[in-house]
Design a protein. Structure first.
Length: 298
């Protein structure tokens, strides 16, 4: 067989494998939390944006919620300040908040540009726009850490308006309190709250790990899919710690809040979103509700 034809047939098989997933999730909302190495590496960044843009073009309704922690720390350092964290949360004084809003706005517009270059309309907003994310001051272990917000309410109307008008929303995790003061928000928590508010079918977290392990030191303990009850048991048994604990809590919270599937994917793997959603094998860890039918677990 001609080598070129053979390659073309393999590509056709990939498209056929993807077809039932395209049909199943047509016009469904998917929220992608974008951060970590996938954001700091230019090539990986391009792959993520290609993935999300393709989802849009084949009928999904994607929303990107992005972080920017490394870039914020870099700019804070340029001002002569040192980034300080308490229990994993950035201590955010007024000057740091100003820097964070500037950096996150810049990140948002860069992502908009990348999406637009691929022929899809995108709009970069923050949680301040149209009062989308309302917050209150968040304490860390009883300590005041400045302008760090805890989400109290999500008004998703602006997101629906943009999606209904064929725009891809790109959201920076910044919100306002009742006195209209600006607060930085943990991007994982913002993505979870937004996914619940819009009734997303899928929430995807791009991370710097392959997914969830029962024992991170034992690579054979990898978990490809897990119910929320089993995930909550891992937490209560103390088997999950470090940076994975809050992310796992967001995953279970999202499913309990009505999001049908939550995925933790390795953002360092090129096109990990497409591999998870459009192939039978998938990758990463998927969280689902206990009432789901196992034969329809994707």
């Amino acid at each position: 067989m001609d080598q070129g034809l053979d390659e073309a047939q393999r590509k056709a098989e990939v498209l056929i494998e993807a077809l039932p997933y395209i049909q199943k999730f047509n016009r469904k909302i998917i929220v992608v939390k974008y951060g970590g190495s996938a954001m700091s590496d230019e090539e990986l960044q391009r792959h993520v944006i290609q993935d999300v843009t393709l989802l849009k073009l084949v009928g999904f309704k994607p929303i990107i919620v992005h972080g920017g922690g490394k870039a914020i720390s870099s700019w804070v350092k340029k001002t002569g300040k040192e980034a300080k964290f308490i229990n994993g949360l950035r201590v955010t004084d007024a000057e740091t908040m100003e820097i964070a809003e500037m950096v996150l706005g810049r990140v948002s517009k860069n992502l908009v540009t990348m999406v637009e270059e691929l022929g899809v309309k995108a709009v970069g907003i923050s949680g301040k726009d149209s009062g989308m994310l309302k917050v209150k001051k968040r304490l860390s272990g009883g300590q005041d850490i400045g302008y760090v917000g805890e989400i109290t309410k999500v008004d998703p109307q602006i997101l629906f308006d943009m999606m209904n008008n064929d725009y891809l929303p790109i959201v920076a995790p910044i919100g306002l309190d009742d006195q209209f003061k600006t607060y930085n928000i943990n991007a994982d928590e913002a993505a979870c709250a937004i996914a619940k508010a819009v009734g997303a079918d899928k929430l995807v977290y791009l991370t710097d790990v392959e997914g969830l392990y029962r024992d991170f030191e034992d690579k054979s303990s990898f978990i490809s899919r897990i119910s929320v009850t089993d995930a909550e048991k891992l937490i209560s048994d103390g088997l999950i710690g470090g940076g994975m604990l809050p992310k796992l809590s967001n995953c279970t919270d999202a499913v309990r809040g009505g999001v049908k599937r939550v995925h933790i994917l390795d953002g360092r793997v090129p096109h990990s979103i497409l591999l998870e959603i459009f192939t039978n094998k998938g990758n990463g860890t998927m969280f689902y509700d206990d009432t789901d039918q196992l034969e329809d677990i994707r």
